[in-house]
Every structure is written in C-alpha cells, then in structure tokens.
Design a protein around this ligand. Sequence first.
Ligand code: PXP
Length: 247
Amino acid sequence: MCQENSRLLTLGVNIDHIATIRQARRTVEPDPVAAAVLAELAGADGITAHLREDRRHIQDRDLRLLRQTVRTHLNMECAATNEMVAIALDVKPDYVTLVPEKRQEVTTEGGLDVAGQIQRLSEVVDKLQTAGIPVSLFIDTDQKQIEAAVKTKAQFIELHTGRYVEAKDEASRDKELAALSQGCEQAIAAGLRVNAGHGLTYWNVYPVACLVGMEELNIGHTIISRASLVGIERAVREMKQAMRGQL
Ligand code: PXP
C-alpha cells in the first residue's frame, strides 16, 4: 500500500556511533569518514553527523572531511548555539538539524521547545538559511511546536519518533503512529517539509516509512549496531529493504 511513498523516501545514515567506538580509545579507528563512503556506496541517500558541544563522538575534523567527501547530502545535527552556528556557516552542510542538547543525556532526549524560543530560533534559522543552508527543527509531534516551527520560517521539521518506538503495546503504538501521521499532514499543509527519526529500528521503521509526505528518515544506532556484526554496506542495504517493507 505504501510502496509509492517508500520509494520516494530517503535514508539519512547517522554515523555518530562509528565515532563513538573510535573515541572509546581516542584513536584513529574506525573512521566515520570511511563509514560514510561505504554507507553511500550501499545506498544511503544522505549522511548525518551530530557535532555535540562535548565532542563525545563526532569531531570538528570529521565534519570538515565529511563536507569534502560526502557525495549525497550532509546533514549537520547540532544545538542552536553561537559556536555551532559559526561552524555550520563555515562548513556549509547541505542542511542543519537543530536539536536540544544536555550534557548528561545519553542521546537527544526530547524535541526542541520551539514555542518557548521562537525569537532566538528564528534568528538562527535566518542566519543559516540566508547563507543557503536549509534548517530542520527536531520537534515532538505537537501541534503547538509545529505552529511555532512555521513561525521561525525553517524549511523542515524532523518529527521525534521516540514516543512511537517506546510504545509498550500495539494500541499505544497505533496512537503514536496516528499522531505522527497527523503531525506530518499538519506540517505539510503549513508549508513545511518533514523528516523523522530517533530510535527507529529494522523492526519498527516500516509504518513510519509509509507516512504520506515524509521525506527522509534519519537513522543511526540500529544501523551501526548491525554494521558492527555484518558490515555497514549490508546494514545500510537491509535498512533500505526494511523501509520498503521487504525485510
Ligand atoms: N534524529 C535526531 C535529531 C537525533 O538526534 C538522532 C540521534 O542522534 C537521530 C535522528 C538518530 O537516532 P538513532 O540513533 O536512535 O537512530
């Protein structure tokens, strides 16, 4: 039923956790730049890297080399700080996804509170988009946040799929999927373009891949986990299959 949409849907492979393994020993391997090359050869439509304030995985050097080597598109994920905006303006990724960031968190925990900082985020969006870098805001599926995202004039939102992936039973999973679907529809009607991600796996990705109008899924942990056992090319190919409901 959703074959048409899933054919148009793209996969952004988040390679942060290749860098996590390297940083565990503060050495030079494995190199996320090499992982990105292999991921692209296997069919990744984009590469995502999150430059965190504490540099726990991706380093500035990685981002700069990725800018030179990525042949698809490079999505720089970062907090909306002056430091990150300056780096983005210099590196010029193909788009920037703004995320909230707390030092203690294991991974990005919730969506950005866009409604609570429209002025500040509008300024950041304007700076980046004036420089030709489209901005995506990572938000929870919440009508108020979607309306606020429209006000910032960001071109994209990325819907946080966390509540869907953490749903404990089928009824709550269906409810969260319906919320994602409505959020996607509301955002597109308001002129936004829509991506999604966080916590998606080979087993739960297909229903999200079927959401009408969804453009890109950003997926990291499950792909890199599988890559550690079967290699990144096979892991990426299999995720593309899972997105088409063929795994
Ligand atoms: N999208 C955003 C905004 C994220 O912060 C992350 C995690 O870095 C992802 C997608 C990918 O999440 P996961 O690693 O759980 O697939």
